[in-house]
Design a binder for this molecule. Sequence first.
Ligand code: FAD
Ligand code: SIN
Length: 540
Amino acid sequence: MTDFEYSLDVLILGGGAGGLGVALELPQGVSIGVLSKGALDQGATNWAQGGIAAAIGDDDSFASHIADTVNAGAGLNDPHVVRFAVEQGPAIIAWLESLDMEITRETEGPRRGLPHLTREGGHSHRRVVHAADATGRAVQACLERAVRARHDVRLFENHVAIDCINRPDPGTGRLRCVGVYALDCADGHVKLFRAKVVVLATGGASRVYLHTTNPPGATGDGIAMAWRAGCRVANMEFTQFHPSCLISDSRSVFLISEAVRGEGGHLLLPDGTRFMERFDARAELAPRDVVARAIDHEMKRFGIESVGLDISHRGADFIKSHFPTLHARCLEFGYDMTAGPVPVVPAAHYTCGGVMTDLAGRTDRDGLYAVGECTFTGLHGANRLASNSLLECLVFARAAGRDIAAHLGDIGTPGDIAPWDESWVRDSDEEVVLSHNWAELRRFMWDYVGIVRTTKRLERARHRADLLKAEIGDYYANFRVSQTLLELRNMADCADLIVRSALARHESRGLHYILDYPDPLPTGARDTVLDPAAGVSGEA
Ligand code: FAD
Ligand code: SIN
């Protein structure tokens, strides 16, 4: 073995809640590698704000959490999967407590010392366990601490996985994933990682949109890699647009947590009037698809660039203790949450669809698992309920870890694999093509595949996606790979999957709202399943 080649039992792509959750569930003695594009904490997990949903309140129940999840998901959720995830909520919180996660706790009353539960849109109860307004930072910190304490886990930060390597399994004759090629950003070389099992935990694809709450690395790499490796991908039309992202100088800058509305925040028009009651009886606490569409509608109606989000009536002490991070960050941009409304717009936030998996995180390809936001498990249906994502990440990460541990002994070490061959490529002399294509893709996705869609706009987007994919494919075949090129290639594949899925759904449901088909189909709600083997989209 050289510096250009590594051999591991389990290779995990992703250092967020999904990836680290898998690593921690694997037994000591297994050789584990965790790859991340930047530092481990640069994924969406570290950015999460509101919290983790778990039915642990005195008057709460699994039945209620299940009903809220299905209600938000517009009936497209898999009931079996919803129950599986919801019932593990309390155990996930207990596990995080055992890892010493920092959690905001009640300071008085009968629940003194127990987790404080906040409220978010679509939840009928206070159900969201949190660490003030920076829950993700606390989750990432406790998982990272535990992983870094394990000597059998090797961390490969600043490595960008390129593609899965599939080889026929001598026992079954079926194709099996036996590793990945990855670009080491420190020295610019592509390395070979051989592994008995590969886990995709690469997060979502919301960077395909111009306005997003997501970190730079959310370029859908795992979804695109799985698709290219022959795995089915489902429900990619359901991109969740979060209603409240702070806007400054016409740029979306960061998420303003739904917990702000949960704790009484109002959405306001420029004249100071509330408008959400006109759209839904639950007003600001309606599910996200409803709130985001209402804001989009009002912005278009009045020709305004944003709406106001105001929680100043709760008083400065409350705001500074519940939302210390948001308060400080808004001040950096010249907005004081304690004094009046801050300007917000909807922005792409979460990828509800992704790589199809079963309850143990297994994909269609032997040896390839997937967990976290890059997956489609069936939990979210047509719209994810707030704070169900971290829950999903951890439930499925732990299930995948257990399944891998149970089967690892039966899997042989991968045989010889050729190193990455760069003999036919040259250095790029046209980097400008990449930045131009990157900007164009995010713009047309925002304009044509956004909150409100039409068939005509989707077809325009499909045409542009086809052209971009051809151009990027040509670039990939001829030039040395860079992180920008790899991410652009993945974003183009994801954009194509989103557009094709949106065109295949002839109804409006949850996050997919299309003017040509304004109502949900009365019967037979179905997932949109794209199968690379079939080459066409179908529904199953
Ligand atoms: P991530 O945490 O995004 O991690 C992905 C990892 O994969 C990163 O380490 C990245 O470097 C790595 N990676 C990606 N591609 C490659 C590649 N090609 N090669 C190597 N490594 C790669 N959900 C909730 O439930 N509650 C909340 O309060 C909440 N708040 C949120 C607030 C914000 C601002 C955002 C953006 C999201 C929020 N979400 C929330 C959603 C939730 O944070 C994410 O869905 C979840 O953290 C995803 O975890 P993950 O492990 O799947 O991916
Ligand atoms: C938020 O804090 O509003 C984000 C919660 C989520 O995405 O689940």
